[in-house]
Design a binder for this molecule. Structure first.
Ligand SMILES: [Zn+2]
Length: 224
């Protein structure tokens, strides 16, 4: 899953308009960012199934980036790190660390729907979770599209001081990302190699979150 995570990040802006949505989107993509780093380090692994042309999805060994226990630990770390930036008791930032932690953990829950049973509870040899919606590819892609539409709707209601060009920019950006991701997964027959994929996951999280951050930046009202 890729764009579904963006939908969750966008939606969480509704919880507190004082946080830039770029941070929430990076948080929602964080596990794939870690996955990219760990694949490059040889700690986690991506497998291209022999029948990829029929499946249109990859399989993974990723206990440290996508396991249930790991998800709790990464979300807790994100909470503690964010509490240093937005300390308790200082309005209006009090809830922001929790919103970031929820964004981080949401990756596990949304991935759980689409991945086959390959997301371990605690460690590579533990019980594997995954509802496998990718086996019904079009349903999975529709779900991702709906998550983006819902997230964008909530985002636009709460984008506050952001000007109209930025709001339209975010809509166009999401349409572009959704179209490329959905069409890309639906028609792809030959995936890139694991190292290239890992670099994509690393760069994609930074670039997508960076552009969203820029589009969501607050600006002062223009004086008449
Ligand atoms: Zn993931």
């Amino acid at each position: 899953m890729f764009i579904g995570h963006l939908g969750v990040g966008l939606a969480l802006k509704r919880a507190d308009r004082n946080i830039n949505v770029g941070i929430l989107i990076f948080a929602a993509l964080f596990f794939d960012f870690i996955l990219g780093a760990l694949v490059l380090l040889g700690v986690e692994h991506v497998v291209v199934p022999a029948n990829y042309r029929d499946l249109h999805y990859l399989t993974f060994s990723f206990p440290y980036s996508h396991g249930l226990l790991a998800a709790f630990l990464w979300s807790t770390l994100a909470l503690l790190a964010a509490e240093r930036v937005w300390p308790k008791g200082k309005q209006p930032g009090t809830r922001i660390p929790w919103i970031i932690a929820v964004a981080v953990f949401s990756h596990f829950l949304t991935d759980l729907i689409v991945h086959v049973a390959e997301m371990p509870v605690a460690g590579a040899r533990s019980y594997m979770l995954g509802l496998g919606l990718w086996n019904h590819l079009y349903a999975a892609l529709v779900l991702e599209g709906l998550l983006v539409v819902a997230g964008l709707t909530l985002y636009l209601k709460s984008a506050g001081n952001v000007g109209r060009p930025a709001k339209y920019g975010m809509i166009l950006f999401m349409i572009f990302l959704s179209a490329s991701a959905i069409i890309g997964q639906a028609i792809s027959t030959v995936p890139p190699g694991p190292r290239a994929l890992a670099v994509v996951w690393l760069v994609q999280a930074i670039v997508v979150a960076g552009i969203a951050f820029w589009l969501d930046r607050e600006r002062p009202a223009v004086a008449a």
